[in-house]
Each structure stands twice: as structure tokens, then as C-alpha cells.
Design a binder for this molecule. Structure first.
Ligand SMILES: CC(C)(COP(=O)(O)OP(=O)(O)OC[C@H]1O[C@@H](n2cnc3c(N)ncnc32)[C@H](O)[C@@H]1OP(=O)(O)O)[C@@H](O)C(=O)NCCC(=O)NCCS
Ligand SMILES: [Zn+2]
Length: 187
């Protein structure tokens, strides 16, 4: 059930994004497993505390859900996946946040950029890190500033100028990635 999770989202916009993620997940898995969307069983039990705010899981497939700004994304895979999208915030204090959230290499690379290009580059690095932590299931409890652990493949996805997105897969081999617009699934 989604009700416990829905109740935790306070802002209407967050509730709408959450419900869109749920609908995409249910319809895509319904199609894949020949089930009614409503019959797809999803589990978001947090492995830390048991509340329904953990990584969403379903039988027979690996999943990752993300929402930010105007975008909602769901990744499906055979291996554990982590998908993260973030809207680029032109006003972000890149130098301040990068120092605590990114590696020294990332911080150095960001010094090459200015203005909106810097905000975009920061967001790209940040989504790569979050995607990795979402693939392993650690989330922001995990190590943010270290190198990408061996056995995790991470790549940036092109989602236009206003957002940055990254996909991580727990796999020794680079994954084959297919991107599908969910519009048809939602119509
Ligand atoms: C997961 C996390 C990185 C997502 O951050 P975000 O960029 O704000 O949000 P996104 O929209 O990209 O992702 C949200 C989705 O992440 C998933 N998620 C939650 N916890 C997760 C975890 N530990 N690992 C992977 N995915 C997780 C959920 O499916 C959630 O979607 P939903 O609310 O629609 O079910 C961050 O919220 C986090 O680290 N949470 C866990 C922190 C923690 O462990 N707390 C302990 C609580 S007891
Ligand atoms: Zn918890």
C-alpha cells in the first residue's frame, strides 16, 4: 500500500510526483508480468526502521524511483539499480555544498565552471553519487565523498538542460540502457 508513504509527503507537489512514480511503476510492472496495475505488490519497508519510506521493492525485478522538479523516473533492471534526477538550482551554493557532499576530485573539476554551467556540473556530480547510494540501498546514510565502489557502473542520462540524471547499476559490466518516455504508459 502507498497510503503510509503518501501521508509522509506534506507538499501537494511532492504527493503528485510520488503518485506519478507509483503509477508508472505499477503500470510498467503490470505490463511486464501480465497483472492488473493495482495487483502489483510493492514493498517500501525501510530496512533500518520498518517504516514505509525505504527503497521500493517488487518481486522479480530490481527498481529505483526518483522525482525532482518536472521529472519522475523509474528504473527497472535485472541487477540492483539506482536512479536519481535533480532539478538544476541556479541559486545553489556550489562551493559550500560541494565541500561536504562531493569528493576532492569533483570539487577540483567544478572549479573550471562558472554560473549556471557550474550549477549544472555540480548537479551532475551529485546525481551520480546519489544514484550509486540508491543502487546499494544505503541512501544518504552511505559514504558520499569516496570513489565509486568497484562493481558499480554509473552513467549520466540526458534529460534536458533543466535537470540532471544518473543511473547506477550493481554490475561488473556496463549495462545496456534503454530509455522510454512514460507518456504512453500513462495515457
Ligand atoms: C533515498 C534518498 C537518497 C533519495 O533522495 P531524494 O533525491 O530526495 O529523492 P528521490 O526522489 O531521488 O528518491 C526517492 C525514492 O528513493 C527511494 N528510496 C528510499 N530510500 C532509499 C534507499 N535507502 N536506497 C535507495 N532508494 C531509496 C524511494 O523509492 C523513494 O521514492 P518514493 O518516495 O516514491 O517511494 C534519500 O531520501 C535517503 O538517503 N533516504 C534514506 C535515508 C535513511 O536511510 N534514513 C533512515 C531512516 S530510518
Ligand atoms: Zn527508516
Amino acid at each position: 500500500m502507498e497510503r503510509g508513504r503518501l501521508a509522509a509527503y506534506v507538499r501537494e507537489v511532492d504527493r503528485a510526483r510520488f503518485l506519478l512514480g507509483v503509477t508508472i511503476t505499477r503500470r510498467a510492472l503490470g505490463r511486464r508480468f501480465s497483472l492488473l496495475a493495482a495487483s502489483v505488490s510493492l514493498d517500501r519497508t525501510c530496512t533500518e526502521c520498518g517504516k514505509p519510506h525505504g527503497k521500493v521493492r517488487a518481486e522479480g525485478v530490481e527498481l529505483s524511483v526518483t522525482h525532482s522538479g518536472d521529472l519522475v523516473g523509474v528504473a527497472f533492471g535485472e541487477r540492483p539499480v539506482g536512479l536519481d534526477v535533480e532539478k538544476v538550482d541556479a541559486g545553489v551554493d556550489v562551493d559550500g555544498v560541494a565541500r561536504v557532499a562531493l569528493s576532492a576530485d569533483d570539487v577540483r573539476a567544478l572549479a573550471e565552471y562558472d554560473g549556471i554551467a557550474k550549477a549544472r556540473a555540480f548537479t551532475a556530480y551529485w546525481t551520480r553519487r546519489e544514484a550509486v547510494l540508491k543502487a546499494t540501498g544505503e541512501g544518504l546514510r552511505g559514504e558520499l565523498r569516496g570513489p565509486v565502489p568497484a562493481g558499480i557502473q554509473v552513467q549520466e542520462l540526458d534529460v534536458g538542460a533543466d535537470h540532471r540524471a544518473a543511473l547506477a547499476v550493481v554490475s561488473a559490466e556496463p549495462p545496456v540502457v534503454r530509455i522510454e518516455d512514460a507518456t504512453q504508459l500513462l495515457s
